[in-house]
Design a protein around this ligand. Structure first.
Ligand code: ATP
Ligand code: MG
Length: 411
């Protein structure tokens, strides 16, 4: 068994890694709660059609990255590569399409068959928000403001830049698409194989290419601005003025498109230069067509997702382990009393531990090893007097404290 390893692209979260990870998820959950979001938990695997139909059959995720398998009953299921499609499926199957708006927060693992590297894994974790119902650009701005607030609360907002763009409405995209096809067709010879395929099926996706040669061509490609309808331009202006009112700084980047096909109007990313090629930490946009794709009514929606691993890497500090109180009995009679005190401390919310065996020296060694801040030492003879020794393990100072006063003293 010794050569068993975690599957390529997966990792164990233990110790500092786990604490950083949990801190990101808990902070996001709390801030999202302040903005009125409730958490949903949807299944980690879904009917393959939930993703294949809706992420867009040309997306990288569907073409190359999905973990899809046939289960023992012969059904095709897929480990979720992202959270939005499952939330929209859940909205429809739980009959919530008439109870809008729904403000959804989620956190959990996602699965994509990608080439693992720093900040890119095959099982990774996302936090995300979905605001389903409102069609106004105020909603887009508020969703972004909540994301910005989470980054600020984590202390990493100053390491990121918010880049926004518009993908326009259907008509704008239709007009823009023709211009892009014409432009890229003229540069066909230099395009990567992936982008040649995108040229036929979804030319906007070429703007998102990570290929260096593609990037050079993309640099001079037409931008969507001049193809926007009056309505789409007004929506984009609305987004920008609301962002300013929320006090969220941003830059415009006309190259931002979303990796998935169902987006329109707002597209945005929070990017950092601190993580090498994996610079996008939070990304999202408006996806007014997705709920209908799931079999529900036409329903506007906007949201984002952020990679917990990438956010964890940006944290300046690892959250400290909560320090314990070590309860140290010397003798059998003392052990019974110690157990009582141990549970009283725990009921008061104090992290407290007692070793399962060992003499005084062993138990004190163990208390130091777990980084306990204090030890409550109880000998058999202390039972009659009702007084324990409380030892501060940092300073070594020791004092007598009545059993009855310990909880209040340490809580
Ligand atoms: P990228 O361009 O890095 O591949 P993406 O466009 O595929 O990202 P999204 O689908 O928008 O990513 O997912 C939102 C966020 O989830 C990303 O910004 C990133 O922080 C995180 N993420 C995506 N894929 C991975 C992965 N394989 N490993 C770790 N984090 C990831
Ligand atoms: Mg990707």
């Amino acid at each position: 068994m010794t050569d068993l390893q975690p599957v390529r692209g997966t990792r164990d979260l233990i110790g500092e890694d786990q604490r950083r990870h949990a801190h990101v998820a808990e902070t996001a959950r709390r801030v999202a709660g302040i903005y009125g979001y409730d958490e949903w938990t949807t299944p980690i695997f879904e009917d393959t059609r939930v993703f294949a139909r809706t992420l867009g059959e040309t997306s990288d995720v569907v073409m190359k990255e999905m973990y899809t398998f046939t289960d023992r009953g012969g059904d095709s299921v897929t480990l979720r590569p992202e959270g939005t499609a499952g939330v929209c499926r859940a909205l429809v199957t739980n009959g919530l399409t008439q109870s809008l708006p729904q403000k959804v927060f989620y956190a959990g693992p996602m699965f994509r068959y990608e080439r693992p590297q720093k900040g890119r894994y095959r099982q990774f974790h996302q936090i995300g928000l979905e605001l389903i119902g409102p069609a106004e650009p105020l909603a887009d701005a508020e969703v972004i403001a909540c994301g910005w607030d989470i980054l600020q609360t984590l202390g990493i907002a100053h390491d990121t830049v918010l880049e926004v763009n518009t993908l326009g409405d259907r008509e704008s995209r239709h007009n823009y698409r023709s211009a892009l096809v014409e432009y890229f067709t003229n540069h066909k010879a230099a395009l990567s194989e992936d982008s040649l395929a995108r040229l036929e099926r979804n030319p906007m996706r070429i703007l998102d290419s990570k290929d260096t040669a593609d990037k050079r061509i993309v640099a001079d490609a037409p931008t969507i601005g001049q193809y926007l309808t009056a309505e789409a331009a007004a929506f984009y202006d609305g987004l920008k003025s609301h962002l300013t009112r929320f006090g969220v700084p941003f830059v415009e980047n006309p190259r931002i498109v979303r990796g998935l096909d169902y987006y329109g109007h707002t597209a945005f990313e929070f990017v950092t230069t601190r993580l090498g090629a994996q610079g996008t930490v939070m990304a999202g946009g408006r996806y007014d067509g997705l709920v209908a794709e799931m079999g529900g009514p036409q329903t506007p929606a906007v949201g984002w997702a952020a990679g917990i691993e990438r956010l964890s890497m940006l944290l300046a500090e690892t959250p400290a382990q909560r320090s314990s109180i070590a309860v140290v009995p010397i003798g059998d009679a003392a052990e019974a009393k110690a157990l009582e005190i141990l549970q009283a401390l725990r009921r008061a919310g104090v992290r407290a531990e007692m070793a399962y065996r060992g003499n005084l020296r062993r138990r004190m060694e163990r208390a130091n090893r777990i980084g306990a801040r204090a030890a409550v030492i109880i000998g058999d003879s202390d039972i009659a007097t009702g007084v324990a020794q409380l030892k501060d393990l940092a300073s070594g100072a020791q004092e007598a404290v009545p059993f009855a006063a310990l909880v209040e003293r340490l809580a």
